[in-house]
Write a protein that binds this ligand. Structure first.
Ligand code: SF4
Length: 294
């Protein structure tokens, strides 16, 4: 995350924290699709009962236009599943960067794509690509990700490191620690060190969590107060404002976007959701499972 984004978020939280009518969030996250081409052991997505939905170009454009008018600075085209599964991802990135000129546009991805797609996305101005790579060899990768894509993903990293000599963008890798890869977690930094020396910007590990209470085998996020009702504006693939980026079943989808994004963020249901968080009256919601389960 750049300093500029961090500053904006800190300023936003100073003014907005625990307000029923906070400032509009500085970042919009698009769930461009709820589909994925992998089945990671720590991820709830494949258990979700939702059928496959891809966001429409009309919804993306409407939200980008209104977000710009509201002073949003950051666009994520990831909120849960795999953004590369949407056939128009490149169009969306071009629209956000080249037409609306958002300062910061990023994706988080498993990285399963042919080299030309990476070149096009970077040429379109994508500011940041964060890969989720949760193994350091082919066999363990297949066990953790549920797909034999290790060679393809490593080729993508090589390709992007070459592109970094021509284009300015952030390239990072996260590693979610879970029982299936615990035996290599400590070796992972050593594995990526030569790549860090050649231009990879960051490698970091995070423990698997219960994903909004949906993966009960893993611990909760360990917070008493969640900032998502204030900080997150997720646009679901089916065109709703959702208050949580990790909620793949749309249980925190609070309002459709027919009246626009501002109206949705300040809707009666959105305020009631914030109120429940302020008063810690969350029993019966996924937030209760998310915050209290361990
Ligand atoms: S507490 Fe609720 S809004 Fe916050 S991360 Fe958990 S499920 Fe999402």
């Amino acid at each position: 995350m750049t300093r500029m984004i961090q500053d904006k978020i800190e300023k936003f939280m100073e003014v907005s924290e625990l307000q029923l009518d906070p400032l509009f969030p500085p970042k919009i996250q698009f769930e461009v699709t709820n589909a994925c081409n992998q089945d990671c052991v720590f991820c709830y997505r494949s258990q979700s009962p939702r059928g496959r939905v891809n966001i429409t170009e009309k919804t993306v454009d409407m939200v980008l236009k209104q977000g710009k008018e509201l002073g949003v600075s950051t666009i994520s085209f990831t909120a849960g599943a795999e953004p590369l599964m949407h056939p128009q991802l490149l169009t969306f990135v071009r629209r956000a960067k080249l037409y609306y000129r958002y300062p910061y546009v990023f994706i988080t991805t498993n990285g399963v794509a042919k080299p030309f797609r990476w070149t096009e996305l970077v040429e379109a101005g994508l500011d940041s690509i964060k890969f989720s790579i949760n193994a350091i060899d082919r066999e363990n990768y297949e066990l953790v990700h549920g797909a034999d894509h290790f060679k393809l993903v490593m080729a993508a990293i090589e390709h992007l490191i070459k592109l970094k000599s021509e284009y300015k963008f952030y390239l990072g890798i996260s590693f979610v620690e879970c029982p299936e890869n615990a035996h290599v977690a400590l070796k992972a930094y050593g594995f990526w060190k030569p790549y860090l020396d050649r231009g990879l910007d960051e490698f970091f590990t995070v423990p698997a969590s219960n994903q909004s209470g949906q993966m009960r085998a893993y611990p909760s996020i360990g917070m008493n107060q969640c900032n998502q009702p204030w900080l997150a504006f997720v646009v679901t693939a089916d065109g709703y404002y959702r208050a949580c980026c990790a909620d793949m079943d749309n249980k925190t989808a609070l309002c459709d976007l027919n009246g626009g994004i501002k109206k949705a963020f300040y809707s009666r249901k959105a305020k009631a959701f914030r109120k429940k968080h302020i008063n810690h009256k969350l029993k019966g919601t996924i937030c209760y499972d998310c915050l209290n389960h361990d």
